[in-house]
Design a protein around this ligand. Structure first.
Ligand code: FES
Length: 125
């Protein structure tokens, strides 16, 4: 299986890996077929327009190289951005920024988006 340079770099040195104590939102997602699991932590604040901003984001992923690379790049993509922007990111955006994923690994790109959506759904609960 051939991974792009971007996937290998994010896998070897993942960005934003870890957890956030007192996170405002935490979400977990897993794929029952491969067993990979990702947990995402968000610290939120408001910008001048009153929109929710992702001030800090961390992830913990137990999974394949692609799942870790997806987690790493997705957290880079959403850090400092509004929640509205983050929730509009599609799996194709992630795959493109990673320089592509092997067909058997496309499902890994969904893991991060599901963890993000679950975190947002869970906030204030
Ligand atoms: Fe399932 Fe990567 S193999 S998330």
């Amino acid at each position: 299986m051939l991974y792009s340079k971007q996937v290998i770099n994010h896998f070897k040195k993942p960005h934003n890996q870890g957890s956030i104590k007192n996170a405002d939102a935490v979400g977990e997602a897993g794929n029952p077929i491969c067993g990979d699991v990702m947990k995402m932590y968000l610290k939120l604040s408001k910008n001048k327009k009153g929109q929710d901003i992702i001030k800090e984001v961390k992830f913990e992923t137990l999974g394949c190289a692609a799942a870790i690379a997806v987690s790493s790049i997705l957290t880079d993509m959403i850090k400092g951005k509004t929640l509205d922007y983050a929730l509009k990111i599609k799996k194709d955006d992630i795959v493109k920024d990673l320089g592509g994923l092997p067909p058997a690994k496309i499902h890994c790109s969904m893991l991060g988006l599901e963890a993000l959506k679950t975190a947002v759904d869970n906030r204030n609960k």
